[in-house]
Design a protein around this ligand. Structure first.
Ligand code: 9MR
Length: 464
């Protein structure tokens, strides 16, 4: 059973005991501040209200995880097929096409009413080895056949296609892929023409990483798009992947999006994640949250920036740690499906409730120990804005079967499954980028709640 009683900070146990009854009464009288839409609207809905989409990539192995698919199906308006539309899966041997795995993802997205980005038709990676053995004189035909077959197969079911992926080096030169070497510079334009011939309606994109800021690589893509537009090569958009590092969002992001838009193409943020050096800390979460907010704001500032896709949404299934050892925690949900400060920053940037006056409060829930029938958790409360916070309220919904037996460094009330913890007298004031923690002991199975939310509030004892 849940215990409907406030508990107390360890450090002030004796002092606070006598105040518990009065506290309980005061807390029911002071309603917590709500950030109206952020609590209720999904990222997909918030983006849609701005005329954009907010989506997630996904991959087939994850689809058996029901906790995962529940959020995937409800929070996002768009899905990118993370792996199984790549050549290795769809044409594993010459002329033998297999869309079984890709269709599993498309079917799921359709059943959830989500639009789908196809990813990707022509890429040097995840390319079956037989393609490398095709004689130079035949490769253009092989590439066209592959594009024609796959685009035709999914005709009418996809909103966007990443036609060519990652064709440039950092210095702006062409990557020496098998297509570049055997077909030459023209292969990209030929790929777009073949895709358009197969489906006149799907939006055709060039997609790459490290083209978010202005520099030699994005300059090269810019020149290519410009020449395509001049020559009538059918390109509709540029995908900026945005595999970013916390603290390093390019200052020129918005200007760069704008200059592509000014060429007459759409822009999408196609593979957003913002990694940090592990372990996570409240300060790094705060930095990352601000970065996510900045990316969303940059996109919203340009009318032709049509949407944003995160490269999966939970750290449980991020590609980052396996490729960048010691780095990770790059996504808006943690590995236990708890929303991170980044989530709230995205929601706020999409117009989902404004941060309350006095600051933007973040809460990160971490299970610190577990045993048969019980657990402890530590919740870090941070202030991500420049103005100080004068008191905070953290709320969440208790996962089924859990109850809370004790909270320290905060005041607990429980109403049904709804948990509210307010600051103690000594830890409510948080300066810019400061953080504090409170802890709890719980009964039941340790599981991280999915909706831990912090709102700045008046300090306890201040008239509402
Ligand atoms: O997320 C994908 C991962 O599962 C694959 O192992 C990897 C193979 O290179 O590709 C990942 O997705 C990439 C995407 O297709 C293109 N941009 C970079 C992405 C992350 O590597």
């Amino acid at each position: 059973m849940l215990r409907h009683r406030p508990t107390r900070g360890r450090r002030t146990a004796g002092l606070l005991t006598t105040a518990l009854v009065a506290l309980s009464a005061a807390m029911t009288a002071v309603a917590p501040t709500h950030t109206a839409h952020a609590d209720t609207a999904t990222l997909g809905e918030l983006a849609e209200a701005k005329g954009r989409y907010f989506g997630s990539a996904t991959d087939n192995p994850e689809l058996s995880d029901t906790q995962y698919t529940r959020i995937l199906g409800s929070e996002f308006g768009q899905i990118t097929v993370g792996n199984t539309m790549k050549w290795q899966y769809t044409e594993p041997s010459r002329g033998r096409f297999d869309y079984t795995a890709a269709e599993e993802v498309v079917d799921l997205a359709e059943s959830n009413g989500q639009s789908v980005r196809g990813h990707t038709l022509v890429w040097h990676n995840q390319l079956p080895s037989w393609v490398g053995d095709v004689p130079a004189g035949e490769l253009l035909g092989v590439m066209r056949d592959h594009i024609t077959h796959e685009v035709d197969h999914f005709k009418g079911r996809l909103a966007h296609w990443d036609v060519v992926n990652e064709a440039f080096e950092e210095d702006g030169s062409r990557r020496q892929s098998v297509f570049q070497q055997k077909i030459g510079d023209s292969y990209i334009a030929e790929a777009f023409k073949a895709a358009r011939a197969a489906d006149p309606d799907v939006k055709l994109y060039y997609n790459d990483y490290n083209i978010e800021g202005i520099g030699p690589k994005s300059d090269a893509v810019y020149e290519m798009v410009k020449s395509f537009k001049a020559q009538g090569v059918p390109i509709d958009g540029v995908g900026m992947q945005a595999h970013l590092i916390a603290g390093q969002v390019p200052a020129s992001l918005q200007r760069n999006i704008q200059r592509f838009a000014d060429l007459g193409v759409d822009v999408a943020i196609t593979e957003l994640d913002i990694r940090m050096t592990l372990p996570r800390t409240a300060a790094k979460d705060t930095r990352q949250a601000a970065d996510y907010g900045a990316v969303v704001e940059a996109c919203l500032a340009v009318s032709r920036c049509v949407g944003i896709t995160v490269w999966d949404y939970t750290d449980k299934y991020s590609w980052v740690p396996s490729v960048f050892p010691g780095e990770g925690a790059a996504l808006p949900w943690d590995e236990h499906f708890a929303k991170k400060p980044a989530y709230h920053a995205i929601a706020a940037a999409l117009g989902g409730g404004s941060p309350a006056p006095g600051g933007d409060c973040t809460a990160t829930y971490r299970v610190t120990s577990r045993w048969q029938g019980g657990f402890t958790a530590e919740i870090t409360v941070g202030n991500g804005r420049t103005a100080p916070i004068d008191g905070w309220t953290v709320t969440w919904t208790l996962p089924g079967g859990q109850s809370i037996s004790h909270v320290w460094n905060g005041y607990l009330t429980v109403d049904g499954q709804r948990v509210t913890v307010r600051n103690a007298g000594y830890n409510g004031t948080l300066g810019s980028n400061a953080s504090t923690t409170f802890g709890l002991q719980g009964e039941g199975t340790a599981g991280t709640p999915a909706d831990v939310t912090c709102t700045p509030a008046q300090p306890f004892g201040t008239p509402a």
